[in-house]
Design a binder for this molecule. Sequence first.
Ligand code: ZN
Length: 120
Amino acid sequence: MIGHDVITEAGNAAIGNANTNGCPVWCIEAHIDEHPDERTHSTWIQAVDLSALPLPGLLQRLWLDLLLEPRKDEPCIRLHIDDSFVAELTVAEARDIGIRLIGLATLADIEAPVPSPARL
Ligand SMILES: [Zn+2]
């Protein structure tokens, strides 16, 4: 169950297990002059180019980041499309959506069966 162990470790890190600096292991912030209780922890922002073109020649981009705000017990995953807020997900919701997206993409990759000559 190596895969399960990896997921468990990632899940624990996402929930906010602190490292020696008082930050979750995924936090990239320097937190200069910030009181530990007032810190907002965050990751690198990730981007996915979307094929939908609201305006000719203008690509949309989906932005995702992981954030743990002060006095919250669990981080959230925020989604924006360009400058517009889309959703704030719990870690469990993000994981569930990710699994479902992979499942749907896998279904789409399955080629339709070729009809047998007997059915033509
Ligand atoms: Zn931090």
